[in-house]
Design a protein. Structure first.
Length: 430
């Protein structure tokens, strides 16, 4: 038994932990977990915990064996909204097959591989997120409605902004869980909020995003509200995005901190070159493209272009504070492990090929820029023919992902009332 595992088991005993949540992310970004009693934790570390993987869309075929969850000792976290006596801890998990081999559909493993590739090239990376979400009222039965929590706008204050207390609860809970929020505010949409948190190691950053979504949902529920990370829950209002902030370091120096040239330029060029091929993984729902479709709106980031100052383009280079590349097209419905991994692989490819970056685009030039796919089916077709995507994501995983998402798009196309179909499919799930 490693010292880390021993320390975890001692912590569980000393803190009267009764239940353990083993958490992972399915192929489509949905948070899943199995709860075990604390007495079974040592066996979970040694033998894993089995689950019927064929019952999850996109994992394995019915004739295949179960998969096993192995908790990562370093990710232990007390859930602060649970009782102090008989408390609950959560672990993120590796997914393995019954023969002990790594499950190739595990996005966490894919992100670890991308991180290792950059390390072999002499780079370390930090990723953070600016994540938007909506708060909605519940009906008399406690079910979510499409009525926003308030009618406030961008950076408004109380009493117009009714989300201050919820955001405070979220930020305090995140701090107790070791995640540092940097800022929070009311966004442009009615009931829409944004919280930005500090950059972290890529794998931990993806873990942080899942934790963040869980905390937001829990805080909303405790305040008698429903939180939705649906990319565009209200047809006539602004959509919710996940702005991916990425800083890249070589020999301890952030290469985005000075004028964009050399490897920094090539990294950005690599991400732009693969943006369309990655789109289905960064924007994986029908509703994602409703957010992206109107490029006249300030919210739309479907133009494959970059800028230092123009926040309406797909990539923005920010050099105030912690210098970073900010990719603005992604949304909170994505699987962050797969999304972050592909961004890192694309940037690394740009450096390896010494790609050159096109000129900074101004607003007048945007009409001539290439665009992301216009809908989910187009994004699937682009990714299907991508040598880049197939190089990094295993064929079986891709096959199941495309099969599931194609069916999702067909069902949407056949629906008679499309807005109702989209709301039913995503509103409560994401």
């Amino acid at each position: 038994m490693s010292q880390t595992i021993k320390e975890v088991l001692d912590f569980v005993k000393d803190n009267d932990v009764k239940f353990v949540k083993l958490t992972f992310c399915d192929s489509f970004g949905n948070i899943k977990n199995i709860s075990i009693v604390a007495d079974e934790l040592q066996d979970a570390f040694e033998k894993g915990v089995s689950f019927e993987a064929y019952s999850l869309d996109g994992f394995v075929d019915p004739q295949e064996s179960d998969l096993l969850l192995y908790p990562e000792a370093s990710t232990i976290q007390l859930l602060p909204w649970r009782p102090q006596h008989g408390s609950v801890v959560r672990f993120f998990c590796k997914i393995r097959r019954t023969d002990g081999s790594a499950f190739d559909g595990d996005g966490r493993g894919l992100l670890a591989a991308a991180q290792n590739k950059l390390a072999q090239m002499g780079y370390t990376c930090q990723i953070g997120g600016d994540c938007e979400f909506y708060l909605f009222k519940l009906d008399e039965s406690g079910m979510p409605t499409l009525v926003p929590h308030d009618r406030a706008g961008y950076l408004d204050v109380a009493p117009y902004d009714k989300g201050e207390n919820v955001r405070r609860d979220i930020c305090l809970t995140l701090e107790r869980m070791g995640i540092q929020p940097l800022s929070s505010h009311h966004e442009r949409g009615p009931g829409q909020n944004e919280i930005c948190f500090k950059n972290n190691d890529p794998l931990l950053a993806a873990d942080d995003l899942l934790t963040f979504k869980t905390v937001v949902k829990a805080a909303a529920a405790m305040n008698g509200l429903h939180a939705s990370f649906m990319p565009k829950p209200l047809k006539d209002e602004i959509g919710s995005g996940l702005h991916v902030n990425l800083s890249l370091f070589k020999d301890g120096v952030n290469i985005f901190a000075s004028e964009l040239n050399g490897d920094a330029q090539s990294f950005v060029a690599g991400v732009l070159a693969r943006a369309a091929e990655m789109a289905v993984f960064l924007n994986p729902t029908v509703n994602s493209y409703e957010r992206l479709e109107n490029n006249e709106a300030i919210e739309a980031y479907n133009k494959i272009a970059w800028s230092y100052s123009n926040g309406s383009q797909l990539i923005r280079i920010k050099q105030d504070g912690c210098a970073k590349m900010q990719l603005r097209s992604a949304d909170p419905s994505c699987n962050p492990y797969i999304a972050y991994a592909l961004i890192l692989f694309a940037g690394a490819e740009g450096i390896e090929k010494n790609m050159k970056l096109s000129s900074e685009a101004d607003i007048s030039a945007l009409q001539y820029a290439e665009t992301l796919p216009e809908d989910l089916m187009s994004a699937i077709e682009v990714a299907k023919t991508s040598e880049f995507v197939s190089r990094y994501i295993p064929a079986k995983t891709l096959e199941k992902f495309f099969e599931y998402k194609s069916a999702e798009y067909r069902n949407y196309s056949l629906s008679k009332v499309k807005d109702e179909f989209v709301t039913k499919l995503y509103f409560s799930k994401i």
